[in-house]
Design a protein around this ligand. Sequence first.
Ligand code: ATP
Length: 250
Amino acid sequence: MTSLLSVQNLSVFYGAGAQAVEDVSFEVEPGRVTALLGANGAGKSSIMQAVAGLVPSKGKLLFEGEDIGGLPTRERVRRGIVYVPERREIVGDLSVRENLVLGGYQVPSRERQERMDAILELFPEIASKIDRGAWRLSGGEQQMLAIGRGLMSGPRLLLLDEPSLGLAPLLVRRVFERLGAIRGGGDLAIVLVEQNLRMTMRLCDELHFLRGGRIVGYRRAEELQDDAARQQAIDAYLGATPAELEKEHA
Ligand code: ATP
């Protein structure tokens, strides 16, 4: 079976010598949630941005079997790849409705209304504030709007960069619940970047652990059901290495 997304030997460089991602490979199947976990600076966002066409990369990116590596971002969006950045980037001066319309600008207007209705049903918190300026939303509501805007174009692959960033635990749970509802509804695939293993476990099917720009570990979610297995993965892949601890104490 052809994967929805196949990332093969991906590398990302920022200027000479600054390598953020090194030889990363993974596959994403339709309807599956794949998590990229790692500490700050591990290269998670750079991978997402490379898939979205926002930063140049080396290696191969196949979407539905076709090489998309040379395509501009807008063409990748047209094919169904949508990136929701970590800082949300909603347009504060526009209303909630206008932000959603912007996300579906290339969708025929009848379909756009249907999508907006479905999204507002999913996120009632923002439905009740539809004509308010987006800047007036809380952090959690802004995250819902950012995800909703991403869904407006009808993606096949949603790239979600730290949806929990800056949110109180209760709101994080709410956002993740809604993501669970979205994934339950069809064959949309999600690649999720997170730092929090426990939260990510609620949603994902498989996990890649990153460190220093490389994938250093892989688990299927079933393998991390019990506390001991989760702790073992945290210690092996997310905890500080002895070298890093030494640096901290130097
Ligand atoms: P975080 O969780 O902090 O967002 P991350 O795992 O997403 O981290 P990246 O943002 O991909 O990591 O960064 C990986 C490396 O690339 C880091 O060393 C970072 O400093 C560097 N980097 C990221 N963006 C740029 C940029 N635009 N210019 C130069 N270096 C960058």
